[in-house]
Design a protein around this ligand. Structure first.
Ligand code: NAD
Length: 477
C-alpha cells in the first residue's frame, strides 16, 4: 500500500516480519479499512530482546559522551531527511493532517538535537571536607528501560520514550501502539541507521498487557515509562512496584482554560480554538474546560462556535484538511457517549455534535456550553474535538473549578493583569501552565503532570535525570 511501510519487530538489530508470526491488522482511520499487518512478538522474541538489552547495557553505558552525542545528532538528521515519509505513514495510520504529522516528526528531530547536547551535561559533584575526606556524588544510568506509548503521537511519544534513556546510557525496548506502529518504527529505524546498536534499541508489538507483563516480570528491566490513560498507568505502576522498578507516567489530563474579562479575547480564541481541534482533540495537553468570566462569556462562546464551524474536516492526506478523523472507532464511540450524556444533563450544543458520514471515524468539531459539573465529560478526559465552555464569576471560583479534578497536566490562562498571572502560576495545580499562549512544551523544558496525570518527566534535562540513579562514594585518603 502506498505511503505505508512494511511492518516488523526489531529484536537485536534483526527485522522480524509478518511471514513467521501471528499478525494484527492496522487500520486507516479515514476509511476504517486495513492497510497493513503487524507481527506479534512471541515470548521467545521478548526473552531474546531482554537478553540483548542486558548485553547492550554493558556496552552503551561505557560509550563516551562524544560517541553518544554524534550518534544521536546523526539520528536527528536522518529523521529530518525522512520527515515526509514518516509523516505520510503517521497520517495513514492515525489520521492527523499530513502537515501536522510532518511537524510532529520534525519536533522529534528537535528533541533529539537537544538530547544529543545533554550527553555532555551529565554532571556529578564532589564535596571536599577540610580533613581531606571526599564525597563523590555520581549519576549512573538506571539500566534497561521498557517504554510503552500511545497512538495519538505515533512518532513523538516514541521519541520521548527513547531519547532520555539513550542519553543516560540505558538500552530501551519500546512498544509503540499497535494501532499506529509505523511512526515509532520510523524513529527507531533512523536511530539504528545512525549507529545506535541493535541490542540498545529494540521495538516489539503484541497484545499490550501480555507484552508489558512479560517485560516487567524480568529483573533486567529497571525502569518503565508509559504514555496513555491513567487507568493503565496505575496498573503498570503496580506491576513495576513488585520489583521496585522506576517509573515515568505521562497520563491523561482535563486542561482548564481560564479566560478573564481583561483577556485579549480574539487572540485567545484564535490560539485556543486551533489548539482544541489539533489532532481532533486527541492530545493529552488539549484545552478542554473553558472557564470564561461573565463579561466576555458570550463573545468567547460565539467566537469559538464560529471557528469550530469553519474547521475543514477531511482525509489527512488532502492538502486543505485542517482536522482528520479520530484515530479509532473506540475513540469515536467514547465521545458520542459523553456527548449524549452531557446533552441529556442539560448542556447546550453550539456547534457540531455528530459523526460525519459512515466511513472512517470522522466527527464534527463540537462546542458545548453551560455544561453541568455532573456530566461525565466535565470529569473524564473527552480526548476528542469537543470544547466545553462555561460562564464563571471571578478568579476564586475559576481557580476552584480549575483545581477540582484529580488531573493536573496542562492549564491555560488569558489575562493582561501581571499580579493575577503570578497568583495563577502559584495556585493552579498542573505540571505545565501556559499564560497568554497555547504552548506548553519545548525540547529544553520538562514535560509531565502531577496528581493523576502522572509523575516523572520527559524532555529537558529532567528527561535524562529521570533515567539515572545516584551513587555516593565517601572516600578517605
Ligand atoms: P489506553 O491507556 O488503554 O491505551 C493507550 C496506549 O497504551 C495504547 O497504545 C496501548 O497499546 C497501550 N497499553 C494499553 N494497555 C497496556 C498495558 N497493559 N501495557 C502496556 N501498554 C498498554 O488508552 P486508550 O483506550 O487508547 O484511550 C483511553 C483514554 O486514555 C483516552 O480517552 C485518553 O483519556 C487517555 N489517553 C491519554 C494519552 C496521553 O497522551 N496521555 C494517550 C492516549 C490515551
Amino acid at each position: 500500500m502506498s505511503n505505508y511501510p512494511e511492518l516488523h519487530l526489531l529484536v537485536e538489530g534483526e527485522q522480524i516480519g509478518t511471514a513467521s508470526r501471528e499478525t494484527i491488522d492496522v487500520l486507516d482511520p479515514a476509511t476504517g479499512e486495513p492497510i497493513a499487518a503487524l507481527p506479534k512478538a512471541t515470548a521467545a522474541d521478548l526473552d531474546a530482546s531482554l537478553e540483548a538489552a542486558a548485553n547492550g547495557f554493558r556496552r552503551w553505558r561505557a560509550t563516551s559522551a562524544d560517541e553518544r552525542e554524534a550518534v544521536l545528532r546523526k539520528g536527528a538528521a536522518l529523521i529530518r531527511e525522512r520527515a515526509s515519509v514518516i509523516g505520510a505513514a503517521i497520517t495513514r495510520e492515525q489520521g492527523k493532517p499530513f502537515k501536522e504529522a510532518v511537524g510532529e516528526t520534525i519536533y522529534c528531530a528537535m528533541l533529539l538535537e537537544f538530547y544529543a547536547g545533554e550527553c555532555k551535561r551529565l554532571y556529578g559533584r564532589t564535596l571536599v571536607r577540610p580533613d581531606g575526606q571526599r564525597v563523590e556524588v555520581r549519576h549512573e544510568p538506571v539500566g534497561p528501560v521498557a517504554g510503552f506509548s500511545a497512538w495519538n503521537f505515533p512518532a513523538l511519544n516514541v521519541m520521548r520514550k527513547v531519547g532520555g534513556p539513550l542519553v543516560a546510557g540505558c538500552p530501551v525496548i519500546v512498544k509503540p501502539s499497535e494501532e499506529t506502529p509505523a511512526g515509532g518504527l520510523g524513529i527507531v529505524q533512523a536511530l539504528l541507521d545512525a549507529g545506535v546498536p541493535g541490542d540498545v534499541l529494540q521495538c516489539v508489538f503484541g497484545v499490550p498487557d501480555e507484552i508489558s507483563r512479560h517485560l516487567l516480570a524480568s529483573p533486567i528491566i529497571r525502569k518503565v515509562t508509559f504514555t496513555g490513560s491513567t487507568a493503565v498507568g496505575k496498573h503498570l505502576a503496580k506491576l513495576a512496584a513488585e520489583d521496585m522498578k522506576r517509573t515515568t507516567m505521562e497520563l491523561g489530563g482535563h486542561g482548564p482554560v481560564l479566560i478573564f474579562n481583561d483577556a485579549d479575547v480574539d487572540k485567545a480564541l484564535d490560539t485556543m480554538a486551533g489548539n482544541k481541534y489539533r489532532n481532533a482533540g486527541q492530545v493529552c495537553v488539549s484545552p478542554t474546560r473553558f472557564l470564561v468570566e461573565e463579561d466576555v462569556f458570550e463573545r468567547f462562546r460565539d467566537g469559538f462556535i464560529e471557528r469550530a464551524k469553519a474547521v475543514k474536516v477531511g482525509n489527512g492526506m488532502d492538502a486543505d484538511t485542517q482536522m482528520g478523523p479520530m484515530a479509532s472507532q473506540r475513540g469515536l464511540d467514547g465521545i458520542q457517549a459523553k456527548l449524549a450524556d452531557a446533552l441529556d444533563k442539560g448542556a447546550k450544543l453550539g456547534a457540531g455534535g455528530n459523526r460525519i458520514g459512515n466511513q472512517g471515524f470522522f466527527h464534527e468539531p463540537t462546542v458545548l456550553s453551560e455544561v453541568p459539573l455532573d456530566a461525565t465529560i466535565m470529569n473524564e478526559e473527552p480526548f476528542g474535538p469537543i470544547a466545553l465552555i462555561n460562564p464563571m464569576k471571578g478568579e476564586a471560583a475559576m481557580l476552584e473549578e480549575a483545581n477540582r479534578l484529580p488531573y493536573g497536566l496542562a492549564a491555560y490562562a488569558w489575562t493582561q493583569d501581571a499580579k493575577r498571572r503570578m497568583r495563577l502560576a502559584n495556585e493552579i495545580e498542573a505540571g505545565m501552565i501556559a499564560i497568554n499562549s497555547g504552548t506548553v512544551s519545548a525540547a529544553d523544558a520538562p514535560f509531565g503532570g502531577i496528581k493523576w496525570s502522572g509523575y516523572g518527566l520527559e524532555d529537558g534535562a529532567e528527561g535524562v535525570t529521570a533515567c539515572m540513579v545516584s551513587k555516593t562514594v565517601h572516600e578517605t585518603a
